[in-house]
Design a protein around this ligand. Structure first.
Ligand code: DCP
Ligand code: CA
Ligand code: CA
Length: 363
């Protein structure tokens, strides 16, 4: 049966999240920036909303350059807040996951998915699911995204980019060649500026031209594996399946203490935020843990850990804090050296999904 593969990509992601958090931004060019801290304007633009892009500002542009281009314009220059975008990303991915057969997240704002089974190979039905995904994401998070559907990953990814923002592009299997052929080779995943240059020297500019290029020429320039991929991709015949990432089996965070100390209370105090963060990430996954560990890196860089395993899964913050405090106390009593860094790790994770599949096996 023909595969039905989808790709979803959130539009101007970081900047759009900022707009949702502060709707007054919508009327302005919005720049989300990574400040390097060397001078006030050192750093680059991580992303910009479409208003800003119309004025020549996009990902990767130095902040100083962006400000020059936006001189006299009422623009919002915002410091990147990665935790916020991660939270939204996590919720969106869980939402999309529930509407599809398989989800493979490939970045903070994008994922491949498979609808072969649920659509029965019917692209009309799959298109309805694509529209439903867009509606769900819009209703629950206030975000627009772009969705593409096709018979392979390469086609789906190009399709999601085809009518950005807020696009939905369904490439019927029989239209694959006519859809891909006129597009520049740079649209193909894996063809960067350098490969494009090499291809141009062979007289290949479009994906259609690539599909007709002599295999031998491509092999000479790119090696057999890449040449085979280029040829398959150029007709949408790439075969890589959508393969869900494994759930993480542990979550952790380590911090460097302001000063080396042997006092477990001082270490605990400084670790509190990291414990809260691990708890938050656990919550986003709806997961719980059975084992929690305190990790300490001593002044001589030796690493020591002390763990506690619970009989039943735990997820509450109070237990995490209390246990960590005790474990740090135990460690400080036994290691006899100052702590330089301290960390928290939870493992033996149980998520609702894992439990469901386990109970299926157990009948
Ligand atoms: N990003 C970044 N630096 C880059 C490119 C991207 O920090 N050079 C971050 C910010 C983006 C996010 O990754 O919001 C997703 O990247 P995309 O390439 O998908 O770009 P956008 O979502 O910003 O825009 P588009 O609407 O084109 O998808
Ligand atoms: Ca995006
Ligand atoms: Ca993306």
């Amino acid at each position: 049966m023909v595969r039905v593969v989808g790709h979803v990509d959130l539009d101007y992601f970081y900047a759009q999240v900022e707009e949702v958090l502060d709707p007054s931004l919508k009327a302005k060019p919005v720049l989300v920036c990574v400040f390097s801290g060397r001078t006030a304007d050192s750093g680059v633009v991580a992303t910009a909303n479409y208003r800003a892009r119309e004025l020549g500002v996009r990902s990767g542009v130095p902040i100083a350059t962006a400000k020059r281009r936006l001189q006299g314009v009422d623009a919002a220059v915002i410091k990147m807040r990665h935790e916020k975008y991660e939270e939204v990303s996590e919720r969106v991915m869980r939402l999309v996951e529930e509407s599809v057969d398989l989800l493979e997240q490939t970045g903070i704002d994008e994922a491949f998915f498979d609808l072969t089974d649920s659509s029965g190979g019917d692209f009309g039905r799959a298109g309805e699911t694509g529209a439903k995904i867009k509606e769900l994401v819009s209703k629950s998070e206030g975000l627009t995204c772009s969705v593409g559907l096709g018979k392979s990953k390469v086609v789906a990814k190009i399709a999601s980019d085809f009518r950005k923002p807020d696009g939905l592009t369904v490439v019927q299997p029989e239209s694959t060649i006519s859809f891909l052929s006129p597009l520049p080779v740079t649209k193909l995943y894996g063809v960067g500026p350098k490969a494009a240059e090499t291809l141009e020297a062979l007289g290949v500019r479009t994906i259609g031209e690539l599909s007709r290029a002599p295999a031998q020429d491509l092999e000479e320039r790119f090696g057999r594996k890449l040449a085979a991929y280029f040829l398959a991709a150029s007709t949408g015949s790439d075969t890589e399946p959508v393969s869900p990432r494994e759930e993480p089996t542990q979550l952790s965070r380590i911090i460097t203490l302001k000063q080396n100390t042997i006092d477990p209370e001082v270490a605990f105090e400084q670790l509190t935020e990291a414990i809260d963060d691990v708890h938050r990430r656990l919550g986003l996954r709806g997961a719980s843990f059975r084992t929690i560990s305190a990790i300490v890196i001593l002044s001589d860089l030796a690493v020591k850990t002390r763990s506690k395993t619970f009989e039943t899964p735990v997820s509450d913050l109070a237990t995490m804090r209390e246990t960590m405090r005790r474990l740090l106390g135990d460690l400080s009593g036994t290691v006899g050296k100052e702590f330089r860094r301290v960390g928290v790790r939870v493992s033996d994770l149980a998520s609702p999904g894992n439990q469901a599949s386990l109970s299926q096996y157990l009948g």
